[in-house]
Design a protein around this ligand. Structure first.
Ligand code: NAD
Length: 353
């Protein structure tokens, strides 16, 4: 028998094609009427749907949510008497919205355009004086998520692959989390299925709406796992590789995942393999990444070989494999099972040196 505790974050999710047109109704449903619109290029597509509810825009979200940028956005928000935050973009735009919500308690609508999953988590990473720290608070969880698949059709193939594998990592780690429970198990397995099925179709045709929809749903399911249960060794290593060695977020997740998977318990790997439709999960994920044209070696992401042993001495063999990009060995590696006991509560990933 397995015992568990399960708490779900409250969130309203609107999913579909053209859902951006419902943005004004979603703002009004939050009893708000003066929106600060946050985001990079894709932000512009929300201007017309918001109409007269748009009070101000902030166009420069920065990765890792530097507090100076948050202060600037805070000044804009106050100058315009804003009562609602709408973020359109990837983890960076949504991170800024969360940082503002933390300081103002304003409601948020997140409109994700990547598969990072931040919209579904109560976690925020912020950078001050070159140091990134993460916090977990219900105050930063967006009230509403509007997924509009149309916004993802132009996500470049390379970014779709790495962001998709970033989502797969959330799902994989949920399955062996100490907080694993029947709900997140099913969300995680369904996310893995949809990612494995959808990503090759996106590589073949970037504008395949059905595949984009499958992968965006997977990103939500995986993000929900990320926000609900603690992550493990994979997220810990990626956090260090990003935070201390400046490696890029989604690419690092892509390279490291198969090597961490090779160290997991066979019973978990068997469930993942079944969802992937392969015989062996770690080599199955490695082969999928190679087939999709994704990165497979940390050395190609800029990690110096002399830095490998500084990342995590206990994970030496794993990191050397990931550095050189060799195919992981088949089946679990029992000698490093103790590594799987490591859990982290902060999984933001890359941050500046
Ligand atoms: P990102 O938001 O920085 O986006 C990467 C690039 O892609 C940007 O240049 C962006 O403008 C562009 N882009 C985004 N959507 C696009 C689209 N549809 N078409 C074309 N270009 C598009 O990257 P990300 O991987 O989404 O997010 C990474 C950040 O989010 C990191 O800082 C990470 O730490 C954080 N994160 C936080 C959580 C959390 O729960 N708090 C979870 C995951 C990631």
């Amino acid at each position: 028998m397995t015992s568990f505790t399960y708490s779900a974050g409250p969130a309203r999710v609107v999913f579909g094609s053209g859902t951006l047109t419902s943005l004004a109704d979603e703002v009004r449903a939050l009893d708000a009427s003066r929106v600060l619109l946050i985001g990079g290029g894709r932000r512009a597509q929300a201007v017309s749907p918001l109409g007269s509810l748009l009070a101000a825009e902030f166009a420069e979200p920065v990765m890792h949510t530097p507090v100076e940028v948050t202060e600037k956005a805070l000044a804009v928000l106050r100058d315009h008497d804003v009562d609602c935050l709408v973020a359109v973009g990837g983890g960076s735009a949504i991170g800024l919205s969360k940082a503002l919500a933390l300081r103002t308690d304003l409601p948020q609508i997140a409109v994700p355009t990547t598969y990072a999953g931040s919209e579904a988590t109560p976690v925020l990473g912020q950078t001050a004086d070159g140091r990134k720290t993460t916090l977990r608070s219900a105050a930063v969880l967006p009230e509403t998520i509007v997924y509009d698949v149309d916004l993802t059709l132009d996500l470049p193939v390379e970014m779709s692959v790495t962001s998709g594998i970033n989502a797969m990592a959330h799902a994989v780690e949920a399955l062996y989390s100490p907080d694993a429970n029947p709900v997140t198990d099913q969300l995680a397995l369904e996310a893995i299925r949809r990612l494995a099925g959808g990503l090759p179709k996106i590589v073949a045709d970037r504008k395949d709406v059905t595949a984009r929809s499958d992968v965006l749903q997977a990103a939500w399911l995986a993000g929900t796992c990320l926000g609900t249960v603690r992550m493990g060794l994979h997220h810990k290593l990626c956090h260090t590789l990003g935070g201390s060695f400046g490696l890029p977020h989604a690419e690092t997740h892509t390279v490291v995942l198969p090597h961490v998977m090779a160290r997991q318990a066979p019973e978990v790997l068997a469930r993942i393999a079944e969802a992937l439709g392969v015989g062996d999960a770690p080599t199955g994920v490695y082969d999928l990444i190679v087939e999709l044209g994704g990165p497979s070696a940390l050395r190609d992401l800029g990690l110096a070989e002399s830095d490998v042993d500084k990342v995590d001495p206990e994970a030496g063999a794993l990191l050397h494999e990931a550095w050189s990009g060799t195919r992981p060995p088949q089946r679990g590696l029992p000698d490093v099972r103790k590594l799987t006991a490591q859990v982290v509560d902060s999984f933001e990933g890359a941050s500046p040196r």
